[in-house]
Design a protein around this ligand. Structure first.
Ligand SMILES: Cc1ncc(COP(=O)(O)O)c(C=O)c1O
Length: 391
């Protein structure tokens, strides 16, 4: 990505002129094209009503499936739209045939709502959760998996890029293990989609979820599900509606083919179009150039923070993402975030209760998360460092 490309991309995101946005892992800034896709459809709804507006946008709405499929290296029928990633994940995981005594393998970096769902399934259905330990770098220790396997182990559930740490879990290597041991592999790629270049078929996951508002730069309230087609055809969704099933006679119904059996009838059509545009926008830039730029910026960012005596970098893992985490040695995380906000720098604060398994173990009651995207600049990182130095 050339400096001219970055300038153009910043120009297409007017907020870049107002703030230094380092909360792309929370919600990124939408480019103009995405905002126009959303407001354009709302305009259409204002003029013609929601049903007619959707009818006029049929082709574009259908292109949601091809856009997400291209992003992931999947088939369009393996894709479902969802109102958020958590709902997509829940629809898929609650559909898995898990009975009392069945076991799930996961890791301390698993996203909180996913882990909450496992706790719920443990209570509701009597499943057992086994935690894979971390290796010396902090990422999931895949070598530890064989020792944890039992005849009842059914699922391997991982978070590709955790929200509370700078690490990237080895998703593709985990896919090999899932394949070798016949496990259903569920991958939460919410923080990876739009920042890393990856392919579901290479990873070998059966289920993958993503959200619109983070590195994909789409609107809030949008998400998606990938489900490998053979698995989708075997699963019964936890509940059905007029989108996921066809009412074929007074007492009969037929599930929709593929991943669409996990969708809901009513949805935010403007949001769906906004996410389609966001994915097209990312694909036009190229996921590899995006990943390379994020890697270079976050590397520079970590080097800058490492020079500051008043902060401690917290990122773990062999391979690092655009999420940069640190704590203040003299100032608490909330105060740091508030002071940065005063200088129009946006970050997030994460607290122990958002990632108990990970942060309690590491004795971190709170941390600051600064997440970079390709539109951030070296100057913004400099400004960040200088502001932090003065706190
Ligand atoms: C790793 C990860 N998974 C899942 C989610 C949930 O996404 P959504 O809010 O779209 O349900 C998040 C959101 O922060 C996340 O960071």
């Amino acid at each position: 990505m050339t400096p001219e490309d970055v300038q153009r991309l910043r120009h297409e995101t007017p907020a870049c002129g107002e703030i230094a946005h380092f909360d792309n892992a929370g919600a990124s800034l939408m480019p103009n094209a995405v905002v126009h896709a959303v407001t354009g459809h709302l305009e259409l709804e204002r003029k013609f009503g929601g049903y007619e507006a959707a009818a006029r946008a049929t082709d574009r709405l259908q292109s949601f499936y091809t856009a997400i499929a291209s992003l992931l290296g999947a088939e369009p029928e393996e894709i479902a739209f969802a109102e958020n990633a958590t709902r997509a994940w829940d629809m898929a995981v609650y559909a898995l045939p898990l009975d009392e005594g069945d076991r799930i393998l996961t890791h301390a970096s698993e996203y909180r709502s996913n882990y909450l769902a496992f706790l719920h399934l443990a209570k509701q259905r009597g499943i057992q959760i086994d935690l894979i330990p971390s290796d010396e770098s902090g990422q999931v220790d895949l070598d530890a998996i064989p020792k944890l396997l039992t005849p009842r182990t059914k699922i391997l559930a991982l978070t590709h890029v955790p929200m509370q740490d700078g690490l990237i879990n080895p998703a593709e290597e985990a896919g090999e293990i899932a394949k070798n041991y016949g496990l259903t592999y569920v991958l939460d790629s919410c923080q990876a989609a739009g920042q890393l270049s990856f392919d579901v078929k290479k990873i070998g996951c059966h289920i993958l979820t993503g959200t619109g508002r983070k590195f994909l730069r789409g609107p809030r309230g949008t998400g998606f599900l990938y489900m490998e087609k053979t698995l989708a055809e075997q699963l019964d969704p936890p509940f059905v509606d007029a989108q996921s099933a066809e009412w074929t006679g007074p007492q009969t119904y037929k599930l929709m083919p593929g991943a669409r059996r996990f969708e809901s009838f009513e949805r935010n059509f403007a949001g769906m179009l906004g996410l389609t545009t966001a994915v097209d926008y990312a694909l036009a830039i190229g996921l590899k150039p995006i990943e390379d730029r994020i890697t270079a910026l976050s590397h520079m960012f970590r080097e800058k923070l490492a020079e500051l005596p008043q902060v401690r970098l917290l990122d773990q893992g062999k391979k690092k993402s655009g999420i940069v985490t640190f704590e203040g040695l003299k100032t608490d995380a909330a105060t740091i975030a508030a002071e940065l906000r005063e200088q129009n720098i946006t970050v997030s604060v994460l607290t122990e209760n958002q990632a108990w398994l990970d942060l309690q173990d590491r004795k971190l009651p709170a941390l600051v998360r600064a997440s970079v995207h390709y539109f951030n600049t070296e100057d913004e990182i400099d400004h960040f460092g200088k502001t932090l130095q003065a706190i």
